[in-house]
Design a protein around this ligand. Structure first.
Ligand code: ADP
Ligand code: MG
Length: 321
């Protein structure tokens, strides 16, 4: 549905995007995750045809955005970082204005009414935009993006500045819209993309640093899982048994929680619970506790954006999740 190939963009001498490529199938919700200044808005502005790139191509449903911008743009509903609202218009007046601007060929009143129902702004339709809360304004931004029923939605940091209740409502709305639309959503918050997306792409410093992440992380079976174990037995030997388990990358000693016992965290490249169990079943040592520590994509994300993790290795790791 969306194919982005080798996008590079300079703002004068500052390279904002460096060879960014990714693609998205129909019906997917892609989370575009990265810290401030990573290049998310620049990418979205290029995908939606608002900004040109220095090299690379963007195809929306087979249509090149540069070759045929009008046709490609008809397929996209865009909610920019700051929704383009006119404060002195009523909600209805503004949506009718956008409807005409987009030259939509549908019965106007019904179309706008059904969008207002969907994003739940029907009760404020006759009010001036300037008098509405940030939550409502964001919904109006969604409404304008939905005018004309585009199959693709591009949402740039759609929950920034909202309160927790509004965030929950907007996320619910995005998940609902995801049933019928292909969506790209950007965020600098991992929790946000984990909450709503099928796929995550991490961008940092204009480059894609991790691709094809799945958000269905449970702490087990993940690429870098962590296990907390307490074993009754001699510390040195327990440590050495744990270190020898296939897939274990490092073992951290947490001390002696009770007499004769030792406590460790075990980092591994995959779920090693069964292997750990078997390793100890062959000895006289007893496992008293073994708990997967919630796997944190946050660790991976933070590691990547602070440059501690080799990005190639991380990309390979996370693609196995
Ligand atoms: P994000 O949306 O991930 O926060 P942006 O795409 O806005 O990142 O910005 C990427 C980089 O490009 C940043 O270094 C930013 O300072 C720079 N940049 C963005 N917009 C402009 C602009 N209009 N002129 C010059 N530099 C810009
Ligand atoms: Mg941005």
């Amino acid at each position: 549905m969306i194919k982005v190939r080798n996008l590079t963009k300079y703002y004068v001498k500052n390279k904002a995007l460096d060879n960014v490529s990714f693609s998205l199938e129909e019906g997917e919700i892609l989370g575009f995750l990265g810290p401030n200044g990573a290049g998310k808005s620049t990418t979205m502005n290029i995908i939606t045809g608002y900004l040109s790139c220095d090299s690379g191509t963007v195809e929306i449903d087979g249509i090149d955005i540069l070759d045929n911008p009008t046709a490609a743009k008809k397929k996209i509903g865009y909610l920019p970082e700051i929704p383009p609202l006119y404060n002195d218009m009523t909600v209805r007046g503004y949506l009718e204005f956008m409807f005409r601007l987009k030259k939509v060929k549908k019965p106007m009143k019904e179309h706008i009414n059904s969008i207002c129902e969907l994003v739940r702004i029907t009760d404020v339709k006759e009010r001036l935009i300037k008098n509405l809360s940030k939550g409502y304004r964001q919904r109006i931004g969604f409404a304008q993006a939905l005018i004309g029923d585009p199959p693709v939605l591009v949402l740039d940091e759609p929950t920034v500045g909202l309160d927790p209740q509004q965030i929950i409502e907007i996320r619910r709305l995005i998940r609902d819209l995801g049933k019928k639309h292909t969506i790209i959503l950007s965020s600098h918050l991992l929790s946000e993309v984990q909450a709503v997306c099928d796929k995550i792409l991490i961008i940092n410093d204009g480059k894609i640093v991790a691709d094809e992440l799945k958000t269905s992380l449970t702490g087990t079976g993940s690429a870098t899982s962590k296990l907390h174990v307490i074993v009754e037995g001699r510390r040195q030997q327990v440590r050495s048994i744990l270190q020898k388990v296939d897939g274990v990358t490092d073992v951290t000693d947490l001390g002696e929680p009770e007499k004769g016992c030792c406590e460790f965290t075990v980092n591994s490249r995959r779920d090693v619970r069964r292997l750990v169990f078997r390793a100890f079943s062959k000895t006289d040592f007893n496992i008293l506790e073994m708990n997967p520590v919630e796997f944190s994509l946050e660790d991976t994300y933070l590691g990547i954006i602070t440059g501690k993790i080799n990005t190639k290795e991380a990309a390979a790791d996370v693609s196995n999740i």
